[in-house]
Design a protein around this ligand. Structure first.
Ligand code: AMP
Length: 186
């Protein structure tokens, strides 16, 4: 059964990274989000994994909401041909608009910007400000180091054990889509 009123926010790199399988994972996730009838929420850029996830979703006839700050329109090749396109003044507004329009979050491999976005929603969840699922798409074990760092933070007494449960590593796009289906069906 398709659930049409759901939106999935994808955080991911504005670069492709060295392993081509990450682009494949972005494409599979974008296509799967479209096929499920969900809206893709993302950073509106046509570069890197961001571009790949959106092209795949739009190519399958899916809906996409892109949110980009004015100063990144040129640098990240902001796409205006999206179902919904929002230009913000600041990076903070971008994150807020993306988050507010999403029912779940998935982080694909990415760099510092992706981590910034991811940690914001994780710390908000820790503070009880939301209970949206946060999936780490751990394609090729990309996020293993991050999971180890968080375990280290908990072991050393700088975070609650519960923090670990806020981010759910999933190995493949198919596993991410399955987890989202189960969450939305509950
Ligand atoms: P990166 O993972 O570094 O390639 O960045 C991924 C995306 O995150 C890019 O679209 C960046 O513009 C975006 N980004 C980086 N820092 C921030 C921030 N502080 N707030 C919102 N978006 C950001």
């Amino acid at each position: 059964m398709h659930v049409t009123s759901r939106a999935v926010c994808v955080f991911c790199g504005s670069r492709n990274g060295h392993d081509p399988s990450w682009t494949g994972a972005a494409e599979a996730l974008g296509a799967g989000i479209a096929d499920a009838g969900w809206e893709l929420v993302y950073g509106a850029g046509d570069v890197g994994l961001m571009g790949a996830v959106a092209r795949a979703a739009l190519g399958r006839g899916g809906r996409a909401l892109g949110v980009i700050p004015e100063h990144l329109l040129a640098r990240e090749a902001g796409r205006r041909d999206l179902t919904r396109f929002v230009v913000t003044q600041t990076m903070h507004e971008r994150k807020k608009v993306m988050f507010m329009n999403a029912d779940a979050i998935v982080a694909l491999p990415g760099g510092p910007g992706t981590l910034d976005e991811l940690f914001e929603v994780m710390t908000w969840r820790q503070l009880g400000l939301h209970d949206k699922p946060i999936l780490l798409l751990n394609a090729g074990g990309y996020w293993d180091g991050l999971v180890a760092l968080i375990d280290h933070m908990i072991a050393q007494g700088f975070a609650e054990q519960s923090f670990r449960a806020f981010m759910e590593p999933v190995p493949t796009p198919a596993a991410a889509l399955e987890r989202l289906q189960a969450h939305f069906a509950a």
